[in-house]
Design a protein around this ligand. Structure first.
Ligand code: PLP
Length: 357
């Protein structure tokens, strides 16, 4: 029997979600696959989806990994280049670059690149992270327009709360549209697209929805016909009978109120499962729900299986995602952990086995 802690990546669901999003989007679609495709594997995602409209990533290394597997697809660097070397790498590999600050314009000017570069100029409409202020924006745009090697220009910005703050989203949209320039635009992420806050002709930049996860608190991924791409499972590695009034696990954070049967499952914070889920979350054994009892430790945790018949060492347990018996949305696990699904997906550690199906 193996510990069996496995992230199963369903590539058919990935393709399905891509088709759903492509239909929903008003124009071309940028697939955001930074942080190893939100923990799903950049290489496998690119090999599965191939040449799409555009991929976007945060770092040069992520962009190079995509290029290794696809020579011709558009690749957007969401933070642009951070120094002269990165600019040269971007030019050599035909990466498109977000230009969000003066230092990048200076680097571009000094480099006198021999190749053309496509740029996405970023306006800070209220996120206060990257981007030119509205006051700086026109001058920056003029610099790009006058640069002999700048080819296409896209105007972009980024929503701060498209999941739940209508006023802020509205204000950001107005500021963005106020820049009345004859260029392609891009502002929406998944939340904006699913919430119908996107512009009618923009390039939406979508990440989390591609992986079958909804960032909206009151609308599940299922409501948008999105399917979970990652299923995380593990196995039962031990079963124990516990008397009444016994403490379970580190610091005895759970005390049994009655005699109970517990199963020890092979996943813990060393695999990326949140320690904060101590006494909090549920897992699934076939179609039955079992609660975590006691602290999540580094390699394992205990679940209450008193009410479940036919429990055996080696049985699989669903941590999140979907199997043939039941499902457990990652959004629910994230809300128990008072975090967001993005974090859970990105923090899975390297000792978890990945299986692509
Ligand atoms: C600039 C930018 N655009 C788009 C996205 C995609 O966001 P989401 O995964 O919520 O669709 C991100 C993700 O963080 C981002 O940083």
């Amino acid at each position: 029997m193996s510990r069996g802690t496995t992230a199963i990546i369903n590539l058919n669901n990935l393709k399905h979600n891509y088709a759903v999003l492509k239909k929903l989007a008003p124009n071309k679609l940028v697939l955001v696959i930074k942080a190893d495709a939100y923990g799903h594997g950049i290489k496998q995602v690119v090999q599965t989806l191939g040449t799409i409209d555009c991929y976007a990533v945060a770092t040069i290394d992520e962009a190079l990994l995509i290029r290794k597997h696809n020579q011709k697809v558009k690749i957007l660097l969401l933070e642009g280049f951070l120094d002269a070397d990165e600019l040269q790498t971007a030019l050599a590999n035909n990466f498109e670059c977000v230009i969000h600050q003066q230092q990048q314009l200076d680097l571009l000017k000094q480099a006198k690149p021999s190749k053309k570069i496509n740029t996405w100029i970023k306006l800070d409409t209220g996120m206060n992270r990257l981007g030119f202020t509205p006051e700086q924006f026109n001058q920056a745009l003029t610099a790009l327009e006058n640069h002999p090697n700048v080819n296409d220009i896209v105007l972009m910005s980024h929503f701060a709360s498209a999941d739940d703050n209508n006023d802020l989203t509205q204000k950001q949209t107005s500021k963005f549209l106020h820049q009345n320039k004859p260029y392609q635009r891009s502002i929406s992420n998944t939340a904006a697209l699913l919430n119908n806050k996107n512009l009618s002709d923009e390039w939406c930049r979508v990440g989390i929805a591609l992986f079958g996860v909804s960032p909206l608190r009151h609308k599940s991924a299922k409501e948008f016909n999105l399917k979970p791409v990652m299923t995380l499972k593990t196995n039962i590695i031990a079963i124990k009978n516990i008397d009444k009034n016994q403490g379970i696990g580190y610091s005895h954070k759970f005390i049994s109120k009655k005699a109970m049967e517990i199963a020890i499952v092979g996943i813990g914070y060393g695999d990326g499962y949140p320690w904060s889920l101590t006494n909090h979350a549920i897992v699934k054994h076939k179609d039955k729900t079992a609660k975590i009892v006691g602290r999540v430790s580094m390699d394992m945790m205990a679940i209450d299986v008193t009410a479940i018949d036919c429990i055996n060492i080696g049985d699989p347990v669903l941590i999140w995602g979907q199997d043939d018996k039941s499902d457990l949305p990652i959004e629910i696990v994230a809300s128990h952990a008072q975090t967001i699904p993005y974090v859970l997906l990105c923090q899975i550690t390297s000792r978890v086995h990945y299986k692509y199906v």
